[in-house]
Design a protein around this ligand. Structure first.
Ligand SMILES: NC(=O)c1ccc[n+]([C@@H]2O[C@H](COP(=O)([O-])OP(=O)(O)OC[C@H]3O[C@@H](n4cnc5c(N)ncnc54)[C@H](OP(=O)(O)O)[C@@H]3O)[C@@H](O)[C@H]2O)c1
Length: 341
Protein backbone atom coordinates (compact mmCIF):
# COMPACT_ATOMS: atom_id res chain seq x y z
CA UNK A 1 0.00 0.00 0.00
CA UNK A 2 1.19 3.51 -0.82
CA UNK A 3 2.37 5.20 2.39
CA UNK A 4 2.38 8.97 2.78
CA UNK A 5 5.40 10.72 4.25
CA UNK A 6 4.60 13.71 6.43
CA UNK A 7 6.75 16.64 7.46
CA UNK A 8 5.28 18.24 10.57
CA UNK A 9 6.22 21.84 11.33
CA UNK A 10 5.10 22.89 14.84
CA UNK A 11 5.23 20.40 17.67
CA UNK A 12 3.23 22.19 20.37
CA UNK A 13 -0.17 21.29 21.84
CA UNK A 14 -1.77 20.54 18.48
CA UNK A 15 1.27 18.89 16.87
CA UNK A 16 1.58 16.45 19.78
CA UNK A 17 -2.18 15.75 19.76
CA UNK A 18 -1.99 14.93 16.03
CA UNK A 19 0.96 12.56 16.48
CA UNK A 20 -0.96 10.84 19.32
CA UNK A 21 -4.04 10.43 17.12
CA UNK A 22 -2.07 9.00 14.19
CA UNK A 23 -0.30 6.64 16.62
CA UNK A 24 -3.74 5.48 17.76
CA UNK A 25 -5.24 4.94 14.29
CA UNK A 26 -2.10 3.79 12.46
CA UNK A 27 0.40 2.51 15.08
CA UNK A 28 2.55 0.59 12.61
CA UNK A 29 2.75 3.36 10.05
CA UNK A 30 0.96 1.37 7.35
CA UNK A 31 -0.53 4.59 5.94
CA UNK A 32 1.41 7.53 7.38
CA UNK A 33 5.07 8.00 8.20
CA UNK A 34 6.94 11.00 9.58
CA UNK A 35 9.92 12.15 7.51
CA UNK A 36 10.72 15.05 9.83
CA UNK A 37 9.39 17.14 12.71
CA UNK A 38 10.44 20.79 12.82
CA UNK A 39 10.05 23.70 15.22
CA UNK A 40 12.14 26.62 16.47
CA UNK A 41 13.46 24.65 19.45
CA UNK A 42 13.79 21.32 17.60
CA UNK A 43 15.14 22.70 14.33
CA UNK A 44 14.78 19.97 11.69
CA UNK A 45 14.65 16.50 13.22
CA UNK A 46 14.94 14.06 10.32
CA UNK A 47 13.08 10.92 11.37
CA UNK A 48 13.63 8.92 8.19
CA UNK A 49 10.00 7.79 7.83
CA UNK A 50 8.98 6.70 11.33
CA UNK A 51 5.47 5.59 12.33
CA UNK A 52 3.67 8.09 14.57
CA UNK A 53 3.90 5.76 17.57
CA UNK A 54 7.70 6.15 17.58
CA UNK A 55 7.94 9.89 16.93
CA UNK A 56 7.86 11.29 20.46
CA UNK A 57 10.40 8.79 21.80
CA UNK A 58 12.76 9.48 18.90
CA UNK A 59 12.48 13.25 19.39
CA UNK A 60 13.31 12.81 23.08
CA UNK A 61 16.32 10.65 22.16
CA UNK A 62 17.53 13.25 19.69
CA UNK A 63 17.08 15.84 22.41
CA UNK A 64 17.99 19.38 21.48
CA UNK A 65 20.97 21.56 21.89
CA UNK A 66 19.43 24.40 23.91
CA UNK A 67 22.73 26.28 23.81
CA UNK A 68 22.38 26.40 20.04
CA UNK A 69 18.81 27.73 20.17
CA UNK A 70 18.64 30.37 17.48
CA UNK A 71 15.11 30.88 16.14
CA UNK A 72 16.20 32.78 13.01
CA UNK A 73 18.69 30.10 12.03
CA UNK A 74 16.12 27.39 12.82
CA UNK A 75 13.52 29.04 10.57
CA UNK A 76 16.12 29.24 7.76
CA UNK A 77 16.98 25.55 8.27
CA UNK A 78 13.30 24.58 8.12
CA UNK A 79 12.78 26.54 4.88
CA UNK A 80 15.86 24.91 3.36
CA UNK A 81 14.61 21.47 4.33
CA UNK A 82 11.14 22.16 2.87
CA UNK A 83 12.78 23.21 -0.43
CA UNK A 84 14.83 20.05 -0.79
CA UNK A 85 13.34 17.32 1.43
CA UNK A 86 11.69 14.20 0.08
CA UNK A 87 8.13 14.02 1.50
CA UNK A 88 4.49 13.99 0.37
CA UNK A 89 2.53 16.21 2.80
CA UNK A 90 3.44 19.31 4.80
CA UNK A 91 1.40 19.56 8.00
CA UNK A 92 1.90 23.13 9.21
CA UNK A 93 0.87 23.69 12.85
CA UNK A 94 2.88 26.68 14.07
CA UNK A 95 1.62 29.68 16.03
CA UNK A 96 -0.37 32.40 14.27
CA UNK A 97 1.21 35.78 13.42
CA UNK A 98 -1.67 38.01 12.32
CA UNK A 99 0.63 40.81 11.08
CA UNK A 100 2.62 38.91 8.45
CA UNK A 101 1.57 35.23 8.78
CA UNK A 102 5.30 34.49 8.57
CA UNK A 103 7.17 32.22 8.53
CA UNK A 104 4.17 29.87 8.18
CA UNK A 105 3.15 31.56 4.93
CA UNK A 106 6.59 30.89 3.43
CA UNK A 107 6.62 27.29 4.68
CA UNK A 108 3.25 26.63 3.01
CA UNK A 109 4.15 28.49 -0.19
CA UNK A 110 7.44 26.57 -0.58
CA UNK A 111 5.59 23.25 -0.38
CA UNK A 112 2.74 24.27 -2.71
CA UNK A 113 5.18 25.61 -5.32
CA UNK A 114 6.83 22.18 -5.32
CA UNK A 115 3.42 20.54 -5.87
CA UNK A 116 3.37 19.15 -2.31
CA UNK A 117 -0.03 18.97 -0.54
CA UNK A 118 -0.44 21.09 2.60
CA UNK A 119 -2.67 20.73 5.65
CA UNK A 120 -2.68 23.58 8.19
CA UNK A 121 -4.66 24.64 11.25
CA UNK A 122 -2.85 28.00 11.34
CA UNK A 123 -5.43 30.72 10.74
CA UNK A 124 -2.98 33.54 9.96
CA UNK A 125 -1.76 32.45 6.50
CA UNK A 126 -5.26 31.38 5.46
CA UNK A 127 -6.97 34.56 6.69
CA UNK A 128 -4.30 36.85 5.21
CA UNK A 129 -3.38 35.06 1.98
CA UNK A 130 -5.99 32.45 1.01
CA UNK A 131 -6.24 33.73 -2.58
CA UNK A 132 -2.47 33.67 -3.23
CA UNK A 133 -2.10 30.25 -1.62
CA UNK A 134 -4.99 28.77 -3.62
CA UNK A 135 -3.51 30.19 -6.83
CA UNK A 136 -0.11 28.65 -6.01
CA UNK A 137 -1.81 25.32 -5.29
CA UNK A 138 -3.72 25.35 -8.55
CA UNK A 139 -0.54 26.18 -10.55
CA UNK A 140 1.11 22.97 -9.34
CA UNK A 141 -2.04 20.85 -8.85
CA UNK A 142 -1.34 20.57 -5.12
CA UNK A 143 -4.05 20.62 -2.43
CA UNK A 144 -4.34 23.14 0.38
CA UNK A 145 -6.56 22.02 3.25
CA UNK A 146 -7.47 24.03 6.33
CA UNK A 147 -10.61 22.46 7.87
CA UNK A 148 -9.34 22.80 11.45
CA UNK A 149 -8.75 26.56 11.20
CA UNK A 150 -12.44 27.05 12.04
CA UNK A 151 -14.17 25.06 14.81
CA UNK A 152 -11.34 22.52 15.09
CA UNK A 153 -12.55 19.16 13.84
CA UNK A 154 -16.07 20.18 12.85
CA UNK A 155 -16.57 19.43 9.14
CA UNK A 156 -17.57 22.94 8.04
CA UNK A 157 -15.76 23.28 4.69
CA UNK A 158 -16.27 19.63 3.76
CA UNK A 159 -19.97 19.92 4.59
CA UNK A 160 -20.35 22.90 2.25
CA UNK A 161 -18.58 20.94 -0.49
CA UNK A 162 -21.39 18.38 -0.28
CA UNK A 163 -24.10 21.05 -0.84
CA UNK A 164 -25.24 22.41 -4.20
CA UNK A 165 -24.22 26.06 -4.84
CA UNK A 166 -25.88 28.35 -2.30
CA UNK A 167 -25.62 32.04 -1.54
CA UNK A 168 -24.65 32.81 2.03
CA UNK A 169 -26.70 35.65 3.50
CA UNK A 170 -25.43 35.65 7.10
CA UNK A 171 -23.04 33.81 9.37
CA UNK A 172 -23.21 34.05 13.16
CA UNK A 173 -21.16 31.99 15.56
CA UNK A 174 -19.33 31.40 18.80
CA UNK A 175 -15.83 30.50 17.65
CA UNK A 176 -13.55 31.16 20.61
CA UNK A 177 -13.50 28.74 23.56
CA UNK A 178 -10.99 30.80 25.58
CA UNK A 179 -13.32 33.75 26.08
CA UNK A 180 -16.30 31.44 26.79
CA UNK A 181 -14.41 29.64 29.57
CA UNK A 182 -13.12 32.89 31.11
CA UNK A 183 -16.61 34.42 31.11
CA UNK A 184 -18.20 31.33 32.72
CA UNK A 185 -15.41 31.06 35.31
CA UNK A 186 -16.00 34.69 36.28
CA UNK A 187 -19.76 34.06 36.48
CA UNK A 188 -18.97 31.33 39.02
CA UNK A 189 -17.44 34.08 41.19
CA UNK A 190 -13.79 33.43 40.34
CA UNK A 191 -11.45 35.96 38.76
CA UNK A 192 -10.07 36.49 35.25
CA UNK A 193 -6.68 34.94 36.09
CA UNK A 194 -8.34 31.76 37.35
CA UNK A 195 -10.31 31.59 34.08
CA UNK A 196 -7.15 31.98 31.99
CA UNK A 197 -5.40 29.29 34.07
CA UNK A 198 -8.26 26.89 33.31
CA UNK A 199 -8.02 27.63 29.57
CA UNK A 200 -4.23 27.12 29.51
CA UNK A 201 -4.65 23.79 31.29
CA UNK A 202 -6.92 22.64 28.46
CA UNK A 203 -4.38 23.80 25.80
CA UNK A 204 -7.07 25.63 23.82
CA UNK A 205 -5.76 29.20 24.21
CA UNK A 206 -3.86 30.83 21.37
CA UNK A 207 -0.06 30.86 21.86
CA UNK A 208 -0.62 34.57 22.61
CA UNK A 209 -4.02 34.68 24.43
CA UNK A 210 -4.32 38.41 23.62
CA UNK A 211 -5.45 37.18 20.18
CA UNK A 212 -8.45 35.49 21.84
CA UNK A 213 -9.40 38.58 23.87
CA UNK A 214 -8.83 41.15 21.13
CA UNK A 215 -11.16 39.25 18.80
CA UNK A 216 -8.35 38.46 16.31
CA UNK A 217 -8.86 34.69 16.63
CA UNK A 218 -12.62 34.89 16.02
CA UNK A 219 -12.15 37.53 13.29
CA UNK A 220 -9.64 35.28 11.50
CA UNK A 221 -12.18 32.44 11.56
CA UNK A 222 -14.90 34.76 10.24
CA UNK A 223 -12.61 35.91 7.40
CA UNK A 224 -11.74 32.31 6.51
CA UNK A 225 -15.44 31.36 6.42
CA UNK A 226 -16.46 34.41 4.35
CA UNK A 227 -13.54 34.19 1.91
CA UNK A 228 -13.61 30.39 1.73
CA UNK A 229 -17.37 29.85 1.45
CA UNK A 230 -18.76 33.07 -0.01
CA UNK A 231 -15.84 34.20 -2.20
CA UNK A 232 -15.44 37.46 -0.24
CA UNK A 233 -12.11 39.26 -0.08
CA UNK A 234 -12.34 40.35 3.56
CA UNK A 235 -9.37 41.71 5.48
CA UNK A 236 -8.97 42.28 9.23
CA UNK A 237 -9.61 46.00 8.70
CA UNK A 238 -13.14 45.13 7.44
CA UNK A 239 -14.09 43.57 10.79
CA UNK A 240 -15.34 45.67 13.71
CA UNK A 241 -13.58 44.12 16.69
CA UNK A 242 -14.30 44.70 20.37
CA UNK A 243 -11.49 43.80 22.76
CA UNK A 244 -12.75 41.90 25.78
CA UNK A 245 -11.29 43.10 29.09
CA UNK A 246 -11.75 41.98 32.68
CA UNK A 247 -13.77 45.14 33.65
CA UNK A 248 -15.99 44.67 30.58
CA UNK A 249 -16.84 41.07 31.55
CA UNK A 250 -17.46 42.17 35.16
CA UNK A 251 -19.84 44.89 33.99
CA UNK A 252 -21.87 42.57 31.74
CA UNK A 253 -21.99 39.87 34.43
CA UNK A 254 -23.19 42.36 37.04
CA UNK A 255 -26.09 43.28 34.73
CA UNK A 256 -27.19 39.69 34.05
CA UNK A 257 -26.43 38.54 37.62
CA UNK A 258 -27.17 34.85 38.14
CA UNK A 259 -29.90 34.65 35.51
CA UNK A 260 -29.49 31.11 34.15
CA UNK A 261 -31.58 32.09 31.12
CA UNK A 262 -28.81 34.35 29.88
CA UNK A 263 -25.47 33.38 28.42
CA UNK A 264 -22.67 35.83 27.62
CA UNK A 265 -20.45 35.01 24.67
CA UNK A 266 -18.02 36.54 22.18
CA UNK A 267 -20.03 36.33 18.94
CA UNK A 268 -18.69 36.75 15.40
CA UNK A 269 -21.14 37.74 12.71
CA UNK A 270 -21.23 38.50 8.99
CA UNK A 271 -24.16 40.19 7.27
CA UNK A 272 -23.32 40.03 3.57
CA UNK A 273 -26.22 42.20 2.34
CA UNK A 274 -25.46 45.10 4.71
CA UNK A 275 -21.70 44.45 4.62
CA UNK A 276 -21.39 44.40 8.42
CA UNK A 277 -18.79 42.11 9.91
CA UNK A 278 -18.14 42.16 13.66
CA UNK A 279 -16.78 40.36 16.69
CA UNK A 280 -17.94 41.36 20.17
CA UNK A 281 -19.65 40.37 23.40
CA UNK A 282 -23.34 39.48 23.16
CA UNK A 283 -25.94 38.61 25.76
CA UNK A 284 -27.77 35.51 24.49
CA UNK A 285 -31.29 34.40 25.41
CA UNK A 286 -32.62 30.80 25.23
CA UNK A 287 -34.45 31.38 21.92
CA UNK A 288 -31.08 32.11 20.27
CA UNK A 289 -29.49 28.92 18.85
CA UNK A 290 -26.10 30.13 20.15
CA UNK A 291 -27.50 29.94 23.73
CA UNK A 292 -26.72 26.21 23.55
CA UNK A 293 -22.99 27.07 23.60
CA UNK A 294 -22.32 25.92 27.15
CA UNK A 295 -18.72 25.59 28.39
CA UNK A 296 -16.21 25.60 25.52
CA UNK A 297 -18.86 24.67 22.94
CA UNK A 298 -18.61 26.41 19.58
CA UNK A 299 -21.43 26.75 17.06
CA UNK A 300 -22.14 28.47 13.76
CA UNK A 301 -25.43 29.43 12.11
CA UNK A 302 -25.36 29.76 8.32
CA UNK A 303 -28.32 31.58 6.68
CA UNK A 304 -28.62 30.85 2.97
CA UNK A 305 -30.83 31.74 0.01
CA UNK A 306 -32.01 28.14 -0.52
CA UNK A 307 -31.89 26.92 3.10
CA UNK A 308 -33.14 28.98 6.06
CA UNK A 309 -30.70 28.37 8.86
CA UNK A 310 -28.17 25.58 9.08
CA UNK A 311 -26.62 25.12 12.53
CA UNK A 312 -23.44 23.19 13.16
CA UNK A 313 -21.79 22.78 16.57
CA UNK A 314 -19.01 21.02 18.46
CA UNK A 315 -19.58 20.19 22.11
CA UNK A 316 -16.68 21.17 24.42
CA UNK A 317 -13.81 20.84 21.91
CA UNK A 318 -10.42 19.70 23.14
CA UNK A 319 -7.08 19.26 21.37
CA UNK A 320 -8.38 15.88 20.21
CA UNK A 321 -11.05 17.58 18.10
CA UNK A 322 -8.41 19.83 16.50
CA UNK A 323 -6.22 16.80 15.79
CA UNK A 324 -9.30 15.11 14.28
CA UNK A 325 -9.79 18.02 11.85
CA UNK A 326 -6.16 17.75 10.69
CA UNK A 327 -6.41 13.96 10.46
CA UNK A 328 -9.62 14.34 8.37
CA UNK A 329 -7.78 16.63 5.94
CA UNK A 330 -4.85 14.21 5.67
CA UNK A 331 -7.21 11.30 5.03
CA UNK A 332 -9.10 13.34 2.46
CA UNK A 333 -5.85 13.93 0.53
CA UNK A 334 -4.98 10.30 0.81
CA UNK A 335 -8.40 9.10 -0.29
CA UNK A 336 -7.97 11.08 -3.54
CA UNK A 337 -6.19 7.94 -4.72
CA UNK A 338 -6.78 5.16 -2.22
CA UNK A 339 -9.97 4.12 -0.46
CA UNK A 340 -9.06 2.03 2.56
CA UNK A 341 -12.34 1.90 4.50
N1 LIG B 1 -4.80 24.83 20.56
C1 LIG B 1 -5.94 24.72 19.90
O1 LIG B 1 -6.94 24.27 20.45
C2 LIG B 1 -6.02 25.11 18.45
C3 LIG B 1 -7.19 24.85 17.74
C4 LIG B 1 -7.23 25.16 16.36
C5 LIG B 1 -6.14 25.76 15.77
N2 LIG B 1 -5.03 26.04 16.52
C6 LIG B 1 -3.87 26.64 15.86
O2 LIG B 1 -2.85 25.67 15.84
C7 LIG B 1 -1.57 26.30 15.85
C8 LIG B 1 -0.72 25.65 16.94
O3 LIG B 1 -1.37 25.80 18.18
P1 LIG B 1 -0.74 25.14 19.50
O4 LIG B 1 -1.77 25.26 20.54
O5 LIG B 1 -0.15 23.83 19.18
O6 LIG B 1 0.44 26.20 19.78
P2 LIG B 1 1.74 25.97 20.68
O7 LIG B 1 1.50 24.93 21.69
O8 LIG B 1 2.19 27.32 21.09
O9 LIG B 1 2.81 25.37 19.63
C9 LIG B 1 3.29 26.09 18.55
C10 LIG B 1 4.37 25.29 17.87
O10 LIG B 1 4.78 26.03 16.72
C11 LIG B 1 6.19 26.16 16.77
N3 LIG B 1 6.57 27.40 16.14
C12 LIG B 1 6.16 28.65 16.44
N4 LIG B 1 6.69 29.52 15.59
C13 LIG B 1 7.47 28.80 14.74
C14 LIG B 1 8.29 29.12 13.65
N5 LIG B 1 8.45 30.38 13.30
N6 LIG B 1 8.93 28.12 12.98
C15 LIG B 1 8.81 26.85 13.39
N7 LIG B 1 8.05 26.48 14.43
C16 LIG B 1 7.39 27.45 15.09
C17 LIG B 1 6.57 26.15 18.24
O11 LIG B 1 7.93 25.79 18.32
P3 LIG B 1 8.88 26.15 19.53
O12 LIG B 1 8.09 25.88 20.77
O13 LIG B 1 9.97 25.21 19.32
O14 LIG B 1 9.23 27.58 19.39
C18 LIG B 1 5.62 25.06 18.74
O15 LIG B 1 6.15 23.78 18.45
C19 LIG B 1 -1.83 27.79 16.04
O16 LIG B 1 -1.74 28.43 14.79
C20 LIG B 1 -3.25 27.83 16.58
O17 LIG B 1 -3.93 29.01 16.25
C21 LIG B 1 -4.94 25.71 17.82
Amino acid sequence: MDRRRIVLVGYGNVGKALVDMLAEVDPEGKRFLFSAVCSRSIGVAELRDLPAAKVDKKLKMLGGDEGAYNPEQRVADIKAYLKEGDFDILVELTSADYETAEPALSYIMIALERGIDVVTCNKAPIALAMKDLKEAASRTNASLKFESTVMDGTPVFSMFKSLPPVKLMKIRGVFNSTTSIIIDTMREGKNFTQGMKKVKGLGVAETDPDNDLSGMDAAAKLIILCNGLAGSQLKFSDIIMETITEPMIKEVISKVKNDKCIRVRQVASADFENKVFRVGLEVLKPEDMLFSCTGATNAAIFSMDLFGELVIAERDPTLRETAFGIYSDIVDLYSKETCYY
